[in-house]
Design a protein around this ligand. Structure first.
Ligand code: LUZ
Ligand code: MOS
Length: 753
């Protein structure tokens, strides 16, 4: 089957696609604005909303006292109030919600709220928090073998420290929700969330009513990247609270500045590693401690920490491993899911350790990487025995297809000839586990209606956020029924049609929802085939559906899809089906920290080359060449777009996106003038992404592997490509691992002595 183009392309380009802010709002809609903390830590001594409430057009100002249910929105741990009570823990923490007849009036009112806060000591760093015993939960360790013995048998042992900075999601559409009161105290919420059920559950708790009274509808998101997995909930809860109490529709959309200040980001990590190798460059032992900067509340931090541990050895088999993570409580907004979900932070440390060893003993990182790559049936430190391993396959293909030898030779000769410009090259292999690490979350449902004219409506738990999942779902249904994609509609994601959904996350949305959809479609197909066999008086095994026609033994019959559906109506055959899918095989035991958490892994290898301007400290990427394991891609254009987008986002994280908070916990990178994300000129003019030819994986939908997150980690190679160029210029450069590698840092590295 030919790959479909993204069904949203035309709507997006013409500006016709609907986002929350595009919806025609109801008469009497009110507008909400959040009043947040201006201090990173302190006791609220006095909050005076009286002046603000008297301003004309202000309807009401809500505080925690107005919450009828629980003032609690923590997803994993109940440690996060929706609205601050007596304590504030970060700048940007919501304290009150102003409801007015216009946003303008709400803004005016905000300036009239008076607050006195008795300040308390502020912690902004992860290790700083750890030194004061400020943790979100208990630390966690996953190990394999015996690292002590591993180091004893090592010929080279090195230690180092690593810092990876956070990352702003910068979804195009900021957080927001529209809440409408319905009959009998019911509420309908249109939300920009990756997790409609998370919103439904959170709102029910805050309002103190049953989940059945809350309907959450999601049309699509202008990007999520993890930032709306858990952190879409508070804004929906605030809009719902006001709508519920005032019996009026309420719209709450964060301005970009408010969004940047109030929401969490990718977790910054501070880490320590110790690595030991044999003379043959086999990694014998690896110990790593991760200090995760969780922010002021747990949010998804424990789950993210878990994935960091799972990915701590990246694509390498190491017989003796000890990985520990500390989720550290700081006075920053709670950090949250971000494409890769802790995996990138873990993998960066592994690559840094290899780069350090390579530098110290005078070999290339490539030599170390190559020897230690995963092989078939290797057992990871978390107990999973790896199968269908494509590490060496993708590595070797990249080296061969892109002529690594020549690239390397050209760079070496360039560096000999040039003084003010130096080039660097880096290889970046990836191995990313597919499934929610939390096994119970790996399930989904689909509801399929075949209408009596033969057209089809599909509901699943999948949220379209630009990743193209709706196009994939149509592909699956069109293929199952063998009908034209134009006959199929993907409905909004709605909690009354598909309930108890996991968020669209973990790169698993198409796999989980697609498998449920496939199951539902095939059940209906089976019924239709039985009916066709009866009508045509043949054996059901002889029936197949092709291009909207019924075939008998590979020959066209007179029965068309349209007529078959008409007959099904007359015969009272069920044309609706609801199916449930739960990933088989996976399991994990948190007590012994062993199991089989992932359905499968995604592999690939990138080769990145950079040129550093050694006078200015600026850099460009000459080329980025990737061999990526798509399995058997069902949507080639969409999947390529995901690899390109993730690559750009990964390079942004590694090189230019610099989150900065000052000592008072204030976000300095609070606008697009102080926070630079990659643009089309930042990546490379020479990007070449080739598919790895494999047989695909049965656990992936139609053998088309998950693609959302894994390619972000190709971007890690950007750091090392630049670092290798710096090393060429400055023999005194001291290996340092502190992202992002901004031009300032490059310059300091170039002239370090
Ligand atoms: N979300 C989650 C995720 O709840 N669990 C995961 O394992 C995960 N992995 C990647 C991205 N989001
Ligand atoms: Mo995510 S980091 O919401 O897959």
């Amino acid at each position: 089957m030919k790959s479909m183009t993204n069904i949203d392309s035309f709507g997006h380009v013409r500006g016709e696609s609907l986002f929350i802010d595009d919806l025609d709002i109801k008469r009497n809609t009110l507008f909400a604005l959040v009043f947040d903390s201006s201090k990173a830590h302190g006791k609220i001594k006095n909050l005076d909303i009286s002046k603000a409430e008297t301003i004309e057009g202000v309807i009401k100002i809500f505080t925690y006292k107005d919450i009828p249910g629980e003032n609690q929105i923590g997803g994993i741990l109940p440690d996060e109030p929706l609205l601050a009570e007596n304590l504030v823990d970060y700048i940007g923490q919501p304290i009150a919600i102003i409801i007015a007849i216009s946003e303008k009036i709400a803004k005016k009112a905000k300036a009239h709220i008076e607050i006195e806060i008795d300040e308390l000591p502020i912690i902004t760093g992860a290790k700083e928090a750890a030194s004061q015993n400020q943790f979100i939960n208990a630390p966690r360790t996953i190990k394999l073998g015996n690292t002590k013995k591993g180091f004893e048998t090592s010929d080279f042992i090195f230690e180092g420290e690593v810092f990876t900075n956070g990352q702003e999601h910068l979804y195009l559409e900021t957080q927001g929700a529209y809440a409408e009161p319905m009959e009998n105290g019911n509420i309908k919420i249109t939300s920009s969330t990756q997790g409609p059920t998370q919103v439904q559950k959170g709102v029910a708790k805050v309002l103190g009513i049953g989940m059945h009274k809350i309907e959450v509808d999601v049309i699509r998101l202008g990007g999520g990247f993890g930032g709306k997995e858990d952190q879409a909930t508070p804004w929906a809860a605030m809009a719902a609270l006001a709508a519920y109490r005032l019996r009026k529709p309420v719209k709450l959309i964060l301005s970009r500045h408010d969004d940047l200040r109030m929401t969490g980001k990718r977790h910054p990590y501070e880490s320590n590693f110790k690595i030991g190798l044999s003379k043959e460059l086999k990694i014998m032992a690896f110990e790593v401690e991760f200090f995760q900067n969780s922010g002021a509340a747990a949010d998804l931090s424990p789950a993210i920490a878990e994935r960091t541990l799972f990915h701590a050895t990246n694509s390498y088999f190491i017989p003796n491993v000890k990985t520990t993570v500390y989720s550290c409580k700081t006075n920053l907004p709670p950090n949250t899911a971000f494409r890769g979900f802790g995996g990138p932070q873990g993998m960066f440390v592994m690559e840094a350790a290899i780069a350090k060893v390579a530098h110290e003993i005078g070999v290339t990182s490539k030599e170390i990487q190559e020897i230690n790559l995963f092989q078939e049936k290797d057992k990871t430190h978390y107990g999973q025995i790896l199968t269908d391993v494509e590490s060496r396959n993708s590595w070797n293909s990249a080296i061969k297809e892109f002529n690594y030898k020549k690239l390397y030779k050209d760079i070496t000769s360039f560096n000999k000839k040039n003084k003010d410009f130096k080039k660097g090259i880096a290889l970046m292999p990836i191995c990313f586990g597919i499934s929610f690490t939390n096994t119970p979350m790996n399930n989904a449902r689909a509801l399929v209606h075949v209408y009596q004219d033969g057209s089809i409506g599909i509901s699943t738990g999948a949220v379209e956020m630009g990743q193209g999942v709706n196009t994939k779902l149509i592909t699956i249904a069109a293929q199952s029924f063998s009908i034209a994609p134009e006959k199929i509609k993907i409905e909004t994601t709605n909690t009354t049609r598909v309930a108890n959904t996991s968020p669209s996350a973990a790169s698993s949305t198409a796999d989980l929802n697609g498998k449920a959809l496939l199951k539902a479609c095939l059940t209906i197909v089976k019924r239709l085939k039985n009916l066709a066999a009866k009508e045509l008086k043949v054996n059901v095994q002889e029936i197949s559906l092709h291009d909207e026609l019924v075939y008998v033994k590979d020959k066209k019959s007179t029965l068309t899809w349209k007529v078959l559906i008409e007959k099904a109506m007359l015969e009272r055959v069920a044309l609706t089906e609801n199916a449930h899918y739960a990933t088989p095989i996976i399991h994990y035991n948190k007590t012994d920290e062993k199991g089989h958490p992932f359905a499968y892994h995604v592999f690939g290898t990138a080769i990145l080359t950079s040129t550093v301007d050694c006078i200015r400290g600026t850099y460009t990427f000459d080329s980025i060449k990737i061999v990526h394991d798509y399995g058997k891609s069902m949507s080639k254009g969409i999947d390529l777009g995901q690899v390109e987008g993730a690559l750009a986002q990964g390079i942004g994280w590694m090189t230019m996106e610099e989150i900065a908070y000052d000592k008072s916990g204030m976000l300095l990178s609070n606008a697009l003038s102080t926070y630079k994300i990659p643009d089309i000129f930042s990546i490379s003019e020479d990007i070449n992404i080739k598919p790895l030819d494999t047989k695909g994986n049965e656990m992936a939908i139609l053998k088309s592997k998950a693609v959302g997150e894994p390619p972000l980690m190709y971007g890690i190679g950007a750091y090392f490509a630049i670092q290798n160029a710096i090393k060429e210029f400055n023999p005194n450069y001291k290996m340092n691992f502190h992202t992002p590698m901004t031009p300032e840092k490059v310059l300091m590295g170039l002239y370090q002595n």
